[in-house]
Design a protein around this ligand. Sequence first.
Ligand code: ADP
Ligand code: MG
Length: 256
Amino acid sequence: MPVISVLSLKGGVGKTSVVLGLAGAATVKGMASLVIDLDPQGNATSLLATHEPAASAADVIARPSKASLEAALTTCEWEVAPGEVDVLASGPGLIKFDSWTGQAFKPRLARALEHLDGYDLVLIDCPPSLGALTREALAASDLALVVTTPSYFGAQGVERAMVEIEEIRKTVNRRLKLAGIVLNRVRSVAEEHQFRSHELAQIYGRSTILKPALPERIAVQQAEGFGQPVHLVRTAGGREVADIFDGYLAALLRKS
Ligand SMILES: Nc1ncnc2c1ncn2[C@@H]1O[C@H](COP(=O)(O)OP(=O)(O)O)[C@@H](O)[C@H]1O
Ligand SMILES: [Mg+2]
């Protein structure tokens, strides 16, 4: 059961969209996946969770037990066969776990996830920061997938994310690997985007950037509006983005 964290220093770069796209791709393949929403904003939860769960990821981090994990799981009713998606819901209580307490970091989410059973894939949607919650996610993961837009600040954010991944790998989770970088919202006609794409490929290596890059497509926002995966947006843009997510999922499963 590969656990994949989707992270970035910044908000609005497409972490949640990538998590939802990968979950859609997994569902089409017939996989059972779990989306863990560690972002206190709870965008993935509001899109996926059909019922208000009795508990949230904050309760699981507070008490990393099988009982709290099971209480926080809820189902999603996407109209996509044949797979299934469950959600470990976000909650406002998560915010207090994102600050540095001054104590040595002891992973708690990873402990709780030892009780997970029956999923083919776990995707963790991280908050837009590299604080304690993202560290919890990385400590529980096999793979880290960094999302960025092709911009100057985006490239800076990637550098910070890489440092954080390496730190967690060295200290608490030796199985953690970098899955790659997703370049999102790319406009192929924009010179700045081309420049930033080449720059990232030069710094991190061509094979580190997932191919092809995710283009800017209204289908991503339409999927969000329908509360369904982009695989159900029956437009040329929807099919293009869905195919890209299918390819990303296959590449991630090979790396895990
Ligand atoms: N490739 C894309 N094309 C068009 N809109 C996108 C794309 N990726 C993300 N968006 C939109 O950008 C906004 C921010 O994306 P989101 O996934 O919520 O970012 P994050 O989780 O990193 O904060 C959302 O409204 C989403 O629909
Ligand atoms: Mg998000």
